[in-house]
Design a protein around this ligand. Structure first.
Ligand SMILES: *Cc1c(COP(=O)(O)O)cnc(C)c1O
Length: 356
């Protein structure tokens, strides 16, 4: 692999103070990773440079047709000072699955991993240490050809930026209210729902705005064809615990395959908790909530790790889940994953990767 060129900033920014509550995604560190791609030449000039604005041609393809991919993961500082990443190989794999769907060239593993590790290493003093905080990492690719025709771009930029983020829930794990969407859909099989790409989020905004206006934190999507089967929530996968069985929708081509989802399933299996990946209908959810068989409901995603759901609304029916308390399995998954992320709990092999 080509060596990564390093150009350190001459004027480091002021870091947020220890008591800064840190919201999500508003503060960025001193450096970023950047590498360009040109057809016939491949990825070239990998570099770590001061965090900077981009100069792009207004006709750059990404602005018009959304040919772009993104990833999200976090770096944590363990009590002994080690810098840890959680399953970064999964993000690399998924990045390239998204790339393949969007006709973006593959990113070699060593380029992705070295770029990631080196930029985190350079800005490791930005990793906050207060409980619940971490350094959010955003790798992403954009299509840069200055061209208004529709075809895959011949040039791209792959970048990694870093943002210190706070605890997702300041007062611990508070159950959220979720709106089951019956008007809009996010994705259908054969579309781009299983790729991590901006277009899926553009498609979700109208629904999110509507749900917020009604006092709901997130939207739960139903499948785009029958409008009947549960898919996922906003930027999280969804789990239910019904009569002792943990159930999550099986990956079906329109659901984003979350790393946290995969981790939660693996942990349940390890603990001997029955877990099923299968199709689950909104009717089954309604029925389980009505009869009290629904014991827990939670979302999984990098940002919040797990997010307990205390209320679901579908059309005019409001379902309250677990007395608005966090369920035992939800809490155990949260404690275990965050424990592994912080190097306090020994996880399955390869889940914790040290940056050094
Ligand atoms: C990123 C994302 C998730 C969660 O994936 P993780 O790898 O667990 O962070 C779920 N759904 C959507 C739509 C996403 O973009």
């Amino acid at each position: 692999m080509q060596t990564i060129r390093i150009e350190k900033t001459l004027c480091p920014k002021e870091k947020p103070g220890k008591d800064n509550p840190l919201t999500f995604g508003t503060i960025f560190t001193d450096h970023m990773f950047e590498v360009d791609y040109e057809e016939g030449k491949g990825w070239y000039d990998p570099r770590i440079v001061p965090y900077h604005s981009l100069a792009l041609d207004p006709s750059a393809m990404v602005f018009h047709y959304g040919q772009t991919m993104f990833e999200g993961l976090k770096a944590y500082k363990a009590e002994d000072g080690r810098v840890l990443l959680f399953r970064p190989d999964k993000n690399w794999e998924r990045a390239n699955r998204s790339n393949a769907r969007l006709c973006i060239p593959e990113i070699p593993k060593d380029l992705f991993m070295e770029g990631l590790k080196q930029v985190v290493e350079i800005d490791k003093d930005w990793i906050p240490t207060k409980s619940g905080t971490s350094l959010y990492i955003r790798p992403f690719v954009i299509a840069t050809d200055p061209f208004l025709g529709v075809r895959p771009s011949h040039t791209y930029k792959f970048m990694i930026i870093l943002s210190p983020v706070g605890a997702y829930y300041e007062s611990g794990l508070n159950p959220v209210k979720i709106w089951i969407e019956d008007e809009y859909v996010r994705a259908v099989k054969g579309g781009i729902g299983e790729a991590k790409t901006g277009g899926n989020y553009a498609a979700s905004l109208a629904s999110q705005v509507k749900a917020h206006e009604e006092g709901y934190a997130q939207v739960l999507w139903l499948d785009g064809i029958h409008r009947k089967y549960i898919e996922e929530v906003g930027a999280m996968n969804i789990f239910f615990k019904i009569n002792g069985v943990v159930i999550t929708p099986q990956l079906n081509g329109s659901i984003l395959p979350g790393v946290t989802r995969d981790s939660a399933i693996a942990l349940c299996k390890e603990w001997g908790i029955p877990v099923e990946e299968r199709r689950i209908s909104v009717d089954e959810i309604l029925e389980a909530a009505r009869t009290g068989a629904m014991e827990e409901c939670f979302g999984t995603g990098t940002a919040a790790v797990v997010s307990p759901v205390g209320e679901l609304r579908y059309e005019n029916e409001i379902m309250s889940i677990g007395n608005n308390q966090i369920g035992a399995v939800t809490q155990k998954i949260y404690d275990t994953i965050t424990g592994i992320q912080l190097g306090k709990v020994e996880g399955p092999k390869g889940w914790s990767v040290e940056v050094k």
